[in-house]
Design a protein. Structure first.
Length: 245
């Protein structure tokens, strides 16, 4: 599974309302910076591509996490073979590997575009921070968010993973949306089936677990890959190892 991302170097400048000629670079914040009402106060603009130096490290960190469980596909119900004393006749396993590549030339082939800011307090699938930050306890300075996996989370969206939270506007799985196109709060909060996308993934990458040092990437994250592969081959497959939310 491979996604090629066009990286566009960007920054946000906060304009001083008392003197429009005075500004400072601030972290990207998704809710604020996608609101057109803030367009004059928080100006998004291009920055030099030479300022970005850590794309190889980003790629390595993202791929290391997404592939940490070494998931494979294997036949769900495999017939036995008389030739090998009843052992499985189709024990081959297909390794699933997630790959992300970054390009900076818009003329190069790419599947998605990401605006890359020096820092972000809340990223989204199309706008990332090289670093993810928050205010310190005294609200005097920016500090790195500990134990975060934000770039891995946003890459998950590029592989069509839904959010596993709804309280801050997450785009959760359609199973939690009722016929009135509203979130079924009782169902989403309970998330009883731990082998399915969660309404609140408290320990998972696509949920609040994104800030947890023990964050999980359950095996159901690969269900769409499994189903697609099944359609191509005509076999029923399963993901191994099996890991619940």
């Amino acid at each position: 599974m491979r996604v090629i991302v066009l990286v566009v170097p960007m920054r946000v400048r906060q304009i001083d309302p008392r003197n429009p000629k005075v500004s400072e670079t601030v972290p990207y914040e998704s809710t604020r910076d996608t609101d057109v009402k803030n367009a004059e106060s928080f100006v998004k603009e291009r920055r030099a591509a030479t300022e970005i130096t850590n794309l190889p490290n980003m790629k390595s960190a993202i791929e290391e996490f997404l592939n940490k469980n070494k998931y494979k596909l294997t036949i769900k119900t495999c017939p036995k073979s008389a030739e090998n004393e009843g052992a499985s006749s189709c024990e081959s396993q297909i390794t699933v590997k997630f790959v992300i590549d970054f390009v900076t030339d818009p003329n190069e082939t790419h599947h998605a575009q990401v605006n890359l800011y020096p820092t972000a307090t809340r990223a989204d699938s199309g706008n990332w921070g090289e670093l993810n930050v928050q205010r310190d306890d005294k609200d005097t300075k920016w500090m790195l968010i500990p134990n975060e996996h934000v770039q891995q989370h946003e890459t998950g969206h590029l592989f069509s993973f839904p959010d596993e939270y709804f309280d801050r506007g997450g785009a959760i799985h359609k199973k939690y949306i009722n016929t009135q196109q509203q979130i079924d709060l009782a169902l989403a909060t309970a998330s009883a089936d731990k082998n399915m996308w969660q309404g609140i993934g408290r320990t998972t990458l696509m949920g609040p677990g994104v800030y947890d040092p023990g964050v999980k990437m359950p095996s159901y994250y690969l269900n769409r890959v499994r189903d697609w592969f099944g359609r191509q081959t005509g076999w029923d497959w399963k993901v191994v190892p099996h890991i619940e939310a």
